[in-house]
Design a protein around this ligand. Sequence first.
Ligand code: UT7
Length: 330
Amino acid sequence: MSEMIARRSVVRGVGKSMPARILTNAEMETMLETSDEWIVQRTGIRQRHIAGAGETTSTLGLAAARAALANAKMQPADIDLVIVATATPDNTFPATAVEIQHGLGISHGFAFDMQAVCSGFVYAVATADMYLKAGQARRALVIGAETFSRILDWEDRTTCVLFGDGAGAVVLEAVVTPADAGDDAPGIIVSSLRSDGAHKDKLFVDGGPSTTQTVGHLRMQGREVFKHAVAMITDVIDDVLAKAGVTVDDIDWFVPHQANVRIVEGAAKKLGIPLEKVVVTVDRHGNTSAASVPLALEHAVTAGMIKKGDLVLLEAMGGGFTWGATLIRW
Ligand code: UT7
């Protein structure tokens, strides 16, 4: 009888790209009735990056993809699946992922966008994992890329101080692993995804091709989102821990969506994860929606925090509402 085998999606590389232009809280004070003190106390954000002329979601995503490929010591030709998580595509269509695929100089395989707003990267990682495990692709670029500065109402201080632009990416490779290898073998262990459209009006964009024929602006009832965030985050995390048969003490690094440091600390406290294991980068780039988890991940890997063999927990929550978590053995 032949040995039972399965495929695991192993992370081979990480990369990022940020616009050069930095907008500090101090500069925001000159634009609106706000203060560095309010923004830092309520959110932990100190600055955000803003895309300049010629910079778009696809140019940032392409640069992040190239950085992740270099980190993985791979070539564009090695990739046969590109998924871009974004709520701010270059155009209504074609998909930004197809533009990035073309920018990489490849025309084999397939590419598509994933729309789950701030949860987009976790959704995209979970989706790529399914294609890789099923043998439908061998190496995937999963990119979170956003230019939220282009959909903000710059006169609304309750939203415009919170968001920023940027892109992060990972390379995943399907690796044949004995089916009974257990959770010590490297790769994605399990994901949990959720959504509930009843919460649409708490966080949405008031335009679109089929309604207003305009792009629209982001609208958010921040306090309402905040009220639901911790419960939703802990719900999917409890689910992945139970499915994997591990406890919260087994987690080496918690890499959450970077929207607000108070939400991150609230979730960590409720779960019982010590703050030394929590990756926080929201101070330097604000809420970059689908780019935030790969940006935090890239930071933790390149800073030498996440090491081979570590158990890494990703989490995100955002518009829809959508929310999700992924557990990865590094
Ligand atoms: O990516 C996933 C989705 N997004 C989130 O996770 C965001 C979730 N929400 C939050 O992070 C928080 O609710 C916010 C940071 C948006 C707001 O913090 P808050 O502690 O919930 O404040 P608040 O909305 O209750 O506002 C408190 C006060 C208000 O004044 P009054 O009504 O108490 O007089 C606001 O008008 O702060 C005022 N305020 C500001 N003041 C200075 C709102 N925005 C600003 C500002 N600067 N930029």
